[in-house]
Design a protein around this ligand. Structure first.
Ligand code: NDP
Length: 294
């Protein structure tokens, strides 16, 4: 069997078009423009690249971005002051603090200082707390986990009553995506580095979310025939045949697992583009809320 491809690029392009239409409507009806502030501390090349991608994506859909590029030696107090100033800016509906922050910065305090109404990354402790409780809707759901669920929904995958296995329990992916699956009435198993007989546990899954950061770890014989597999992993592996000397692969051995699974998202080209689309979605939703549109 060859699995249905869950094409994150195509699905995210559709979502961006939807957001572009909503932003144009908002401008026409309310003369308002959604705004996203980006906070980048220091000169990490990967962080700069991520922030640039986000700014470009904003421009494409009609969201204004407000860049705050700050020196790597900024103090905790100065950074807090910047966040508080952005909180006060009525043109900003979402604040994205690019992680990781330098070691001397208390990340938890910075994330906790973001106005709850503008926490489009969904990492404010209150939003995470609400996500972890029954019938307490968070204002924002973290982008990568939300992107995983959106991929399932837009592929027509039924979640309720299914056996879902989440491989990984990080604060940014594994744990929140597990909470979302639970809210959608999946029967949930979370695996991690201490899980015994991982292949056997993974094989229970009707829906498998792989977020471990181990290149091509999930093999075909770990996967239940017909299962839906969402691969969050993005891992660089050496490849001398490539100009840059490496290529990106997921946590799932795509070529063999696609012969067993019912549907599978590739990596790259699956969850990655959805993460940015969900950041735009959260920013748009925030602007609509602010304009009283929902
Ligand atoms: P973390 O390193 O924070 O977490 C990895 C999780 O996997 C941990 O819970 C860890 O267990 C578990 N784990 C690690 N090795 C094993 C193993 N051999 N067997 C079982 N469990 C294991 O990673 P992230 O959650 O931040 O990221 C996971 C992957 O997703 C990475 O490849 C990352 O690049 C990618 N990613 C992609 C994004 C996107 O937009 N596409 C966004 C964010 C991440 P334990 O808790 O016991 O240590």
């Amino acid at each position: 069997m060859t699995a249905q491809l869950i094409d994150g690029k195509a699905i995210s392009a559709t979502i961006r078009e939807e957001i572009k239409t909503e932003a144009a409507e908002m401008k026409a009806k309310y003369n308002r423009v959604p705004g996203l502030a980006t906070v980048l501390v220091g000169g990490r090349k990967d962080s700069q690249a991520y922030v640039n991608m986000k700014k470009k994506a904003c421009a494409q859909v009609g969201i204004t971005s407000f860049a705050h590029d700050l020196p790597g030696d900024i103090s905790q107090e100065e950074l807090l002051k910047v966040v508080k100033e952005i909180n006060e800016n009525p043109d900003v509906h979402g604040i994205l603090v690019q992680l990781p922050l330098p070691d001397h910065i208390d990340e938890e305090e910075i994330l906790g200082a973001i106005d709850l109404e503008k926490d489009v990354d969904g990492f404010h402790p209150l939003n995470i707390g609400r996500l972890s409780m029954k019938r307490r809707d968070p204002l924002f759901v973290p982008c990568t986990p939300r992107g995983c669920i959106e991929l399932l929904d837009r592929t027509g995958v039924e979640i309720e009553g299914k056996e879902a296995v989440v491989l990984g329990r990080s604060n940014i992916v594994g744990l929140p995506v597990a909470m979302l699956l639970l809210h959608r009435n999946a029967t949930l198993t979370i695996c991690h580095s201490r899980t015994k007989d991982l292949p056997k546990v993974v094989k229970r899954a009707d829906i498998l979310i792989a977020a471990v950061g181990r290149p091509e770890m999930v093999k075909a014989d770990w996967v239940k025939p017909g299962a839906v597999v969402i691969d969050v992993g993005t891992n660089a592996v050496d490849d001398p045949t490539r100009k840059r000397g490496y290529r990106l692969v997921g946590d799932v051995a795509f070529d063999e697992v696609k012969e067993v699974a019912g549907a599978i998202s590739p990596s790259p080209g699956g969850v990655g583009p959805m993460t940015i689309a969900m950041l735009l979605r959260n920013t748009m939703d925030s602007a609509k809320r602010d304009a009283g549109m929902e």
